[in-house]
Design a protein around this ligand. Sequence first.
Ligand SMILES: Nc1ncnc2c1ncn2[C@@H]1O[C@H](COP(=O)(O)OP(=O)(O)OP(=O)(O)O)[C@@H](O)[C@H]1O
Ligand SMILES: Cc1ncsc1CCO
Ligand SMILES: [Mg+2]
Length: 264
Amino acid sequence: MTHGHAVTAGAIAAALDEVREARPRVHCITNTVAQTFSANTLLALGAVPSMTLAADEIGDFVARADGLLVNLGTFDALRAEAVDAAMPAAKERALSWCLDPAHAESSPRRIALARRLIDLGPAVLRCNADEFRTLFEAEPGPDTVARAALRHGIVVALTGARDILSDGDRTVFLDNGHPLQARVTAAGCAASAVVAAFLAVIGDPLIATAAGLSAVGVAAEIAGETAAGPASLQVGFLDTLYGLDAATLQARLTLCPADVPAGL
Ligand SMILES: Nc1ncnc2c1ncn2[C@@H]1O[C@H](COP(=O)(O)OP(=O)(O)OP(=O)(O)O)[C@@H](O)[C@H]1O
Ligand SMILES: Cc1ncsc1CCO
Ligand SMILES: [Mg+2]
């Protein structure tokens, strides 16, 4: 395991500016529920989404992309073929990609798929607590997240009221966000798309993940201050993400290192 730099508020704020400047193209193999909101979230951030799934052209899209998301929600035959057709191009481009094992807990097929894709080496696995429990057969916590990251050589980002992020060496908590996010469908899927955009630009995958999830969390938190419910949260989130500047992100960031015992 290579030891990366400390995950600092300054590095996270700088990452937002870098992503805005780079305008990365992010190809998303994602579920039918998440597609429009994820594309709008990427556009609000300043990234360029594409969503095509057809096996005979997805390779061309990925060949032009800077980032890639694979999300297992509504994982039908079209999406299964899309993943197989996309992977050679992603490998050729050496893309750092994000895996979202949406609803892995719901079927044995989904668990097997998620495990097969983890073995293909995503840079980041972004999951919720149910998905984490199912995939790693452990209760979510900083030590179990760090152990999963270390075992697979990836960043594991577990989201919820408190996000826990680890690359097996560095483990951090992020407390930004708003409870109404859990009442907007595919908020986590959109967060994974944002992580894919940051991975396309930022070389350190843990810093990319922390920056992506904190941009989402801070935007939701600000939007939540005036939202009347889930619908206005969703609208306000897109507007706030669009207008979010690095100084506001840095000022509102609630990041702290987690103390994980050595020798996992
Ligand atoms: N109670 C909460 N308080 C603050 N932030 C939250 C809360 N619940 C979720 N979030 C935030 O919402 C975002 C989505 O995470 P969540 O864990 O709900 O994803 P998910 O379960 O995969 O969602 P979906 O499958 O609907 O896309 C994350 O950025 C997370 O930090
Ligand atoms: C509701 C739903 N069903 C499959 S994917 C999805 C959105 C993310 O949970
Ligand atoms: Mg999810």
